[in-house]
Design a protein around this ligand. Structure first.
Ligand SMILES: [Zn+2]
Length: 246
């Protein structure tokens, strides 16, 4: 029997249809140009992944790989329920799987956004000891982030958003152990920056992952521009309370 039933659906929200349409939108933002970056969606045990080395804005549902988390006993020999006739599995696969297995995420997005890369370069320029964590507070868009793993609600305007940074490796899959280490050290983060490379962002579902990825890109761009203007990312500003709430 053909394995195409995993990817054949009229529903635009089916992961095999949603990954190509999301990637086409991400391409216009410069997040997945030159075949870099990608997106993966988990539906219970099934994981849908964009292939490696393809034009991300031109992908079709027939390009999508499908695997079952429960069948991945040997990490060196990954078992796919469906593989496209041509193409190769994404090098991001073990990183996406880390977000699904360690955080129970429903979606993971990887971008090569200029703003993410620039933020890692600005941190690098601060020198050793000051280059491993991006921190920003007192910006409205911080409210786009969840409080953390298994926590209810979102961060507030005055809260500090912290995103760890890991060093890049020659091969994308070799990032996995460092990404997992960053997840352990920062259990509440929904994103990890990769130096001179980009960012991985995940969420409980597609909506949350996309919202956080967009909010983060907005904040990265803002952070780069703040730096150019000599404005610090962390500020100590008074809390304004309306008269009716005092
Ligand atoms: Zn990448």
């Amino acid at each position: 029997m053909s394995d195409d039933h995993y990817i054949t659906s009229e529903d635009p929200d089916h992961p095999a249809n949603l990954i190509p349409s999301l990637c086409a939108k991400f391409w216009t933002l410069g997040w997945v140009t030159g075949t870099g970056g990608g997106c993966s969606i988990r539906n219970d045990d099934l994981v849908y992944i964009a292939p490696s080395g393809v034009q991300k804005e031109l992908m079709k549902n027939t390009d999508i790989y499908v695997l079952a988390l429960s069948k991945q006993t040997d990490l060196k020999n990954r078992v796919y329920l469906r593989s496209p006739p041509c193409g190769r599995p994404s090098q991001c696969t073990p990183l996406f799987l880390a977000a699904f297995t360690k955080r129970g995420a429903g979606c993971c997005i990887h971008t090569h956004s200029h703003w993410a890369v620039l933020v890692t370069l600005l941190l690098e320029a601060q020198g050793p000891g000051k280059d491993k964590l991006f921190e920003i507070n007192n910006i409205e868009q911080i409210k786009g982030f969840g409080k953390g793993f298994q926590k209810q609600g979102n961060l507030g305007y005055h809260d500090t958003l912290r995103i760890p940074v890991i060093e890049n490796t020659a091969h994308e899959e070799d990032l996995t152990e460092f990404l997992e280490e960053a997840m352990d050290q920062h259990p509440d983060t929904y994103a990890v920056l990769v130096r001179r490379h980009g960012v991985y962002v995940w969420g409980d579902n597609v909506h949350k992952a996309k919202t956080m990825c967009e909010s983060l890109d907005y904040l990265f761009q803002l952070a780069v521009e703040m730096k150019q203007l000599g404005i610090p990312w962390l500020s100590d500003i008074p809390v304004t309370v309306p008269t009716s709430r005092r």
